[in-house]
Design a protein around this ligand. Structure first.
Ligand code: NDP
Length: 445
């Protein structure tokens, strides 16, 4: 495989799409050997076909705010690859959303979904709409206008969107209501639905739970457990919340949370009522974590700083892309951190990953570590198709098994000569092989 030629061609076609190009390069670098060992992938053009999305829908959404002012937002759905199942991936509402970010997320989703062991293809969507500070009616009007465009492209067996940053149960509800009205059907077309109308128990916590199950498996390869470990978590959203709950359940102590304004350090541990307080802050649509330190005197707020400077055993970046850079990686290692598991998508920069890999600390990439969210969405689709609902324990147990099997796949394809595990390589190769072989089976379509 001529990696430089492929990347040059891609850069020429998509100049400036930094995140997308970064994600493609990372995957291609780690599957290079496998592709070279399998010339039939090259003759079938698998790589060139895999790195471009099947289709991208771009549309504008116009809506009216509570004061009668008209707004226009840019929206997208990227259908990347459906070789192993319907396109599947979240919808993100955030001012930073652009095509590059959604293509990077959609591309990553192909491999993540392949790893889950479930029949799910890869896609992603979203808008530069900012739900922060909007009233419920404004959010509802926006979601309805968004779905008015999107509904023709999706379906329970073609493309099944879910939530992501800025899209939680409320937004999924408004979108589902509109879809149902337009399509005249009540199906599992979206996941992350409310429990009363087809949602799965555990789905809101699943990404965080799965992140911690994966970290537990990583630690076990070194004969370690989470019991008694201190853990740094970033963000204070959906993923951070689930991870914090599960770390506590498994005997660890989460000592940080963060927002774009800085981070809080709570050496006593973020548990019980403190987690509830964090959820209250979140529900009130505040984009700050500073008030936590006013509420709980044992905590300190560090403005404009990141939690990676705190001495911890385990780090779980759960906020956003590229939030953990080279200096942060050095600091974590200097402070004795032995395990970094990415709850967010691509939170570590390539330079940071390079340091983790060279130092041979346990490093789990997002596409494997946070796959528990989409896996539980897959379980929600199964429950919808069967018209039944599993208990909390059943879903949690299935999620746990899936995370163990993803970890095993990473070990199978990522074991180095010195018997340590390159999880990046393992996840990319395991995810890639299933998709590439399915594309071969199905011909050039
Ligand atoms: P949320 O919007 O619920 O939470 C994101 C959190 O990170 C918010 O608290 C946000 O604060 C904070 N944040 C944003 N930017 C920064 C920053 N620069 N520094 C520190 N904190 C920041 O999103 P999710 O928890 O759902 O998603 C988080 C990550 O996990 C994303 O990368 C997402 O793609 C990924 N993911 C999510 C899944 C899911 O099931 N939800 C599944 C798999 C991956 P604020 O709101 O103020 O911006």
């Amino acid at each position: 495989m001529d990696l430089d030629r492929i990347m040059n061609d891609l850069e020429k076609k998509h100049p400036g799409e930094i995140e997308y190009l970064q994600a493609v390069r990372e995957v291609l670098e780690s599957i290079e050997d496998v592709v070279n060992e399998n010339p039939h992938f090259e003759s079938a053009g698998i790589i060139e076909r895999l790195i471009e999305p099947d289709r991208v829908l771009t549309f504008k959404v116009q809506w009216v705010d509570d004061n009668g002012k008209v707004h226009v937002n840019l929206c997208y759905r990227v259908q990347f690859n459906n070789s192993i199942g319907p396109y599947k991936g979240g919808i993100r509402f955030h001012p930073s959303v652009n095509l590059s970010i959604l293509k990077f997320l959609g591309f990553e989703q192909i491999f993540k979904n392949s790893l889950t062991t479930l029949p799910l293809g890869g896609g992603k969507g979203g808008s530069d709409f900012n739900p922060k500070g909007k009233s419920d009616s404004e959010i509802m009007r926006f979601c309805q206008a968004f779905m008015l465009e999107l509904w023709r492209l999706i379906g329970p067996n073609t493309d099944v969107p879910a939530g992501d940053i800025g899209v939680g149960g409320k937004e999924i509800g408004y979108m589902y209501g509109m879809y149902k009205k337009l399509a005249r059907e009540n199906t599992g077309v979206l996941t992350g639905k409310g429990l009363n109308w087809g949602g799965s128990l555990i789905r809101p916590e699943a990404t965080g739970f799965g992140t911690v199950y994966f970290a537990k498996e990583m630690l076990a390869t070194k004969g370690e457990t989470l019991n008694g470990k201190t853990v740094a978590v970033s963000g204070f959203g959906n993923v951070a919340w689930g991870a914090t709950l599960k770390v506590e359940e498994l005997g660890g102590k989460v000592v940080t949370l963060s927002g774009p304004d800085g981070y809080i350090h709570d050496p006593a541990g973020i548990t019980g009522e403190k987690i509830d307080y964090m959820l209250e802050l979140r529900a009130s649509n505040q984009d700050v974590v500073a008030p936590y330190a006013d509420e709980f005197s044992e905590a300190t707020f560090y403005p404009d700083a990141k939690p990676w400077e705190v001495k911890v055993d385990v780090a779980l970046p759960c906020a956003t892309q590229n939030e953990l850079g080279e200096d942060d990686a050095k600091k974590l290692i200097e402070n004795g951190c032995i395990c970094i598991a990415e709850g967010a998508n691509m939170p570590s920069t390539p330079e940071a990953i390079d340091i983790f890999q060279k130092k041979r600390v346990l490093f789990g990439p997002g596409k494997a570590v946070n796959a528990g969210g989409v896996a539980t969405s897959g379980l929600e689709m199964t429950q919808n198709a069967m018209k039944l609902a599993w208990t909390r324990e059943e879903v949690d147990e299935k999620l746990h098994h899936i995370m163990i099997s993803i970890h095993n796949a990473c070990v199978q394809y990522g074991e180095r000569d010195d018997e340590t595990i390159d999880y990046v390589k393992g996840a990319n190769i395991a995810g890639f092989l299933k998709v590439a072989n399915s594309m071969l089976d199905q011909g050039i379509v």
